[in-house]
Ligand binder design. Structure first.
Ligand code: GTP
Ligand code: SPV
Ligand code: MN
Length: 604
């Protein structure tokens, strides 16, 4: 084994020469005080979590085993889409939906930022694999970071450590280079802050080099680079080159009362219900649901079918709204501990709390800003994008198939968003191209998962708007092309909306566990038994086909949740046209044809 030959004190090392050289190069640029190669052990976790407690970043929770509470800098609470770049040689490679900068220019700017940026800190080398180490094509990455918070979070979210590095060494494996710094060097003797970060932030992707450079943020998708940066942005570019799909989708295993199993994938934008649907507790008798993944699906063709794996190993779930009535399985997962909670509130006896966990708030809390909070306080106790970070295997409904390196065969894809109007509870696409059209026009009100305005309707194709690592027109064409090349393997496509409002402004549909009623109709459609009615936008459940047995809904509510309104849809057309216009020649002809077909059907 060779170690890096810088003068920097180093623990660990590698015989993977190219990796050793890269680590050395980054260390020479960023000048950390020491280098630690992460082994992923319990001992390492204990050491780093203790270091974070000592630094004031973590508070150990007395009421949850091996769990910690962290609050971030108030300016570092969500993904920063404005600061996220796709750096391809040509601008067209990133356009029209991404921010672009030429690779050399970005490297120049960021190298200046990185120069000396780890001074006073330790640089950690995290070898990881997204998906299974036993996969035919293990998808390696190495994240270099100066944040212990990131190391601990990555240990939950991905498979990391010595076992991964050994396999990389054996095969001299290629890997995605992930460089991360909080961008807060410490001068000699300078006291650190609890959440170091920088006002200047860049989340940059170099898809042609399979490389990620992140600077200035320590939170979530900005910093845990295996997740959105690799498993979606870089992987989507790989998938385009190699003929597969890297998607922002949950993977659900459904077993009917007759014991028939179906796997369903679903793409909803950030904070629009993936984790909740992935852990659904069906309210209808006899149905069983289990989770394979809650955020990302990598889908490849195998034996004439589309197989999906969850590349992650942990859950990074939105905390607010998660409680026993809405998502008991998430609650049971976090009860087992081994978790990091960020920007939620802390109870005085050392537990966590957030809006929606219990009907009544505790009398007194420490809120996410670290201030005393009472039910009379005007501010929310937990930040709307506060999250739990928990091993996926702790969830009581994690399916055994989560461990299958080949994944599971997908028979339906659901698209959905958060729309107060227009989009009915469930619609089935006419065929693959129509399904691709539906996916390409998904619209949703923005949420707190990204910095910026909340509640603004925007198009979010396949819930991938912030995550497509290349030209979005090429991405849509890729969907169309795969459907042509693998016609028999393609899942049926559905559009859902749990978020339509009634006249009083409340949700028309009860959602959560009751969404199992929609899943039941989807399965019945797959099996050819569910009855549907054709409308201009697709097939909707026939009168009485949606199982609403025992569902307590006000008169008119179900109608409001499920109705197709031709006028609302006519109003949608100019918005879709405007959305499509930016793609120019890159808009697949098939999607133009779908739009024309929809217009004609609406006018008929
Ligand atoms: P990301 O992790 O950001 O990708 O979010 P996600 O898509 O996994 O969303 P998640 O399941 O965490 O839900 C986000 C918010 O939507 C939470 O506050 C949930 O309580 C709420 N939510 C989820 N499902 C439903 C539903 O069926 N109905 C209603 N009304 N709210 C829901
Ligand atoms: C999302 O925003 O879609 C998330 C959270 O899943 S983050 O990991 O921060 O991207
Ligand atoms: Mn997500």
């Amino acid at each position: 084994m060779t170690t890096t030959s810088t003068d920097i004190p180093t623990t660990g090392g590698t015989s993977h020469k190219e990796l050793a050289a890269w680590v050395e190069e980054v260390a020479a640029l960023t000048t950390p005080d020491s280098i630690v190669w992460c082994d992923g052990s319990d001992e390492e976790w204990d050491r780093l979590t203790q270091k974070l407690v000592d630094a004031g970043t973590f508070v150990k929770l007395d009421r949850k085993p091996n769990s910690f509470w962290a609050t971030s800098d108030p300016a570092d609470v969500a993904r920063v889409e404005d600061r996220t770049f796709i750096c391809t040689k040509d601008a067209e490679g990133a356009g029209p939906t991404n921010h672009w900068m030429a690779p050399d220019e970005m490297k120049g700017i960021m190298s200046d930022l990185y120069r000396g940026c780890m001074k006073g800190r330790t640089m950690y080398v995290i070898p990881f694999v997204m998906g299974h180490l036993e996969s035919d094509t293990p998808m390696y990455g190495v994240e270099l970071t100066d944040s212990e918070y990131v190391v601990c979070s990555m240990r939950i979210m991905a498979r990391i450590g010595s076992k991964i590095l050994e396999k990389m060494e054996e095969t001299d494996a290629p890997y995605v280079k992930c460089l991360h710094s909080v961008g807060a060097p410490l001068a000699e003797g300078q006291q650190d802050v609890a959440w170091p970060c920088s006002e200047t932030k860049y989340i940059s992707h170099f898809p042609e080099e399979r490389m990620i450079w992140s600077f200035g943020s320590g939170y979530g998708g900005n910093a845990l680079l295996g997740k959105k940066c690799y498993a979606l942005r870089i992987a989507s570019a790989m998938a385009h080159d190699e003929g597969w799909l890297a998607e922002h989708m949950l993977i659900l295993k459904l077993t009917s009362p007759e014991g028939k199993v179906h796997f369903i994938a679903a793409a909803f934008p950030s904070a629009c219900g993936k984790t909740n649907l992935a852990m659904i507790e069906p309210t209808i008798p006899g149905w069983k649901a289990e989770m394979v993944g809650d955020d990302i699906a990598w889908m490849r063709f195998r034996n004439g079918k589309l197989y999906a794996v969850n590349p992650e190993n942990g859950l990074f779930g939105v905390a607010p709204g998660t409680g026993y009535p809405t998502n008991q399985n998430a609650m049971h997962a976090i009860e087992k501990g081994n978790s990091i909670f960020t920007n939620v509130a802390r109870t005085l006896d050392g537990d966590v709390w957030w809006e929606g966990m219990t009907d009544e708030a505790p009398d007194e809390l420490i809120d996410w800003r670290g201030d005393t909070w009472t039910p009379e306080s005007e501010n929310k106790a937990a930040h709307p994008n506060s999250r739990f970070c928990t091993p996926i295997t702790q969830c009581p409904v994690t399916a055994p198939e989560f461990d299958d390196p080949n994944g599971v065969p997908i028979s339906a894809i659901l698209f959905g968003g958060r729309r107060k109007t227009t989009i009915p509870l469930v619609t089935e696409a006419r065929d693959w191209n129509h399904g691709t059209f539906i996916g390409s026009t998904v619209s949703s009100e923005t949420t707190a998962a990204a910095a910026g305005a909340v509640g603004v309707v925007r198009r979010d194709p396949m819930a991938m708007l912030p995550f497509i690592g290349y030209n979005a027109g090429d991405y849509l064409q890729h969907w169309v092309n795969l459907g042509r090349e693998h016609a028999d393997a393609m899942p049926k496509v559905f559009l859902v909306n749990w978020f339509r409002r009634d006249e009083d402004g409340g949700f028309a549909w009860p959602g959560f566990g009751e969404n199992s009623r929609v899943l039941k109709w989807v399965v019945e459609r797959l099996e050819g038994t569910g009855e549907g009615v054709e409308t201009p936008i697709g097939t909707v459940p026939a009168e009485g086909a949606l199982d609403v047995d025992g569902l307590d809904m006000e008169p008119g509510q179900l109608e409001q949740a499920t109705k197709f309104d031709v006028e609302e849809w006519k109003a949608e057309i100019p918005l879709i046209e405007e959305w499509f216009a930016q793609f120019g020649d890159k808009l697949p002809q098939e999607l133009r044809d779908e739009l024309d077909g929809l217009k004609k059907r609406l006018d008929a």
